[in-house]
Design a protein around this ligand. Structure first.
Ligand SMILES: NC(=O)c1ccc[n+]([C@@H]2O[C@H](COP(=O)([O-])OP(=O)(O)OC[C@H]3O[C@@H](n4cnc5c(N)ncnc54)[C@H](O)[C@@H]3O)[C@@H](O)[C@H]2O)c1
Length: 439
């Protein structure tokens, strides 16, 4: 099929290359010309495992093209996918201005009947507005039904998730339009679930809200474990054996971040407020997350005192491993708090340094290796569980650091090795290791 993907960010670019890989004729359209030029040269503006390889391969054989010209993007297409951002507004509601702008522009250029598919995460009822915005701008003779197909990919495994995710939701009020989108995805392995449009929109928010609540739940269990002398890792393993619960998303730590959970939770709260419903579980999940993020800093303050002029290490800047995305990253939040306390922050991340520089500026020293970040440091904060951070030899900490104190915000380092090496190790929701310290 001839498909245009509008908005070439994490979702749009991955969607575009995966559809091209399955033999569709893809045009990726974005208003950011710099991004389009880089993509034409084979350089994705984001880090995602396997993405560059697929991009280069499919660009070479002409299956995927990039343009900032709406004329070229929207003429003669069978399907147009919307994957522009829906960021949070100050009142928590989703900002739909990018959607409205993109839809109005596309509707003015579409020259044949086609199906518009919304992959962006949009509040319940938005696809009806999209249909209205198309109607306002399109040529009167054209039929352009709108289908909701929310995206569930996870950054860091986005290519895999697109080909092999858990489900593809297709919400439509037109059977033919829904059938066409089901056909578009016929060579992808996830099962297809057909729903009405509003339910499809809600499935996305409900899924993210549930996962966020699961994280906040285990974090509260962790906080109680610390006070009662239990070990949250053992608790999570035991709970997770129950198939009704499952082990995933039971990782205690300093809370969730990223471009989706925080904003989607707030958007859902806003939706509930608008219909006079108080979504208590969701409000609690967000509140717990807010409190959890400062937990490492509190532990550091109480163990080593004021951080002013102390050299500290931050390992990880992205909101999770295998991505360079720093939106709502707990690591960035911690970096800002440490800098505010006038600590000398030395940070390392294998992929997110360039993006972090844009928000942290020179409040942080950026290091190209873990060794460089740890050298002469008085405390190390583990914030993102990248593989190279997990695998870094524990024996290196006491050799490199001035005083080996590790605050593990992701419970990802081997606790057993810490004792043998005489390190001070403070995880979340489990007993810390506190050998006698130098005065
Ligand atoms: N990132 C994720 O992991 C993820 C997962 C599932 C769903 N989503 C949802 O998908 C949507 C996109 O998220 P993202 O992370 O890919 O965003 P992003 O910010 O990475 O990309 C959005 C792109 O849209 C472009 N854009 C903005 N206005 C445009 C317009 N009028 N016409 C064409 N392009 C325009 C921007 O230049 C940018 O390249 C959001 O609604 C998000 O909630 C994201």
């Amino acid at each position: 099929m001839k498909v245009t993907v509008t908005g070439t960010g994490y979702v749009g670019l991955v969607t575009g290359v995966c559809l091209a890989e399955k033999g569709h004729d893809i045009i990726c359209y974005d208003t950011n010309e710099e991004k389009i030029d880089a993509l034409r040269a084979g350089n994705p503006s984001i880090y995602e495992p396997g993405l560059k390889e697929l991009l280069v391969k499919n660009s070479k054989d002409g299956s995927i093209q990039f343009t900032a010209d709406p004329e070229k993007a929207y003429r003669g297409r069978d399907v147009i996918i919307i994957s522009v951002g829906t960021p949070e507004q100050e009142n928590g509601a989703a900002d739909l201005s990018f959607i409205k702008e993109a839809v109005s522009m596309m509707a003015r250029h579409i020259d044949q009947d086609c199906v518009v598919v919304t992959k962006s995460t949009v509040p319940v009822g938005t696809n009806e507005n999209i249909a209205f915005w198309i109607e306002e701008n399109k040529s009167p003779s054209l039929k352009i039904p709108v289908v909701s197909c929310p995206e569930f990919l996870r950054e860091g495994s986005a290519i895999h998730d697109t080909f092999h995710g858990d489900r593809i939701i297709i919400g439509s009020s037109s059977k033919e339009a829904g059938d066409l989108i089901e056909k578009l995805y016929q060579d992808f392995s996830p099962p297809v679930i057909r729903t009405d449009i509003r339910s499809s929109e809600m499935i996305k928010y409900a899924s993210n809200a549930f996962l966020a609540a699961k994280i906040s739940f285990i974090n509260e269990i962790a906080n109680i474990c610390e006070r009662l002398g239990a070990d949250v890792e053992e608790v999570a393993a035991g709970m997770g054996m129950d198939k009704r619960i499952g082990r995933q998303f039971l990782n205690a730590g300093i809370g969730y971040g990223g471009s989706c959970f925080p904003k989607d939770i707030n958007a859902l709260k806003h939706m509930a407020d608008k219909v006079d419903y108080k979504f208590k579980v969701l409000e609690a999940a967000a509140e717990v997350n807010e409190g959890q993020s400062g937990i490492l800093l509190e532990k550091a303050r109480s163990l080593i005192g004021p951080l002013e002029n102390r050299k500290v290490t931050l390992l990880g800047l992205s909101f999770k491993p295998e991505t360079d995305d720093i939106r709502e990253s707990q690591a960035i939040k911690l970096a800002k708090s440490l800098a505010k306390e006038n600590a000398k922050v030395y940070a390392y991340d294998p992929a997110a340094i360039e993006k972090a520089k844009a928000v942290l500026g020179n409040s942080v020293v950026y290091c190209s290796s873990i060794e460089e970040a740890l050298l002469d440091s008085e405390a190390a904060f583990i914030v993102t569980e990248w593989e190279d951070i997990i695998r870094f030899p524990i024996a290196g900490y006491p050799i490199l650091m001035k005083e080996p104190i590790i605050f593990d915000g992701r419970n990802c380092l081997p606790q057993e090795s810490m004792k043998e090496l005489g390190l001070t190790y403070i995880p979340i929701g489990r007993k810390g290791i506190y050998p006698p310290r130098k005065q």
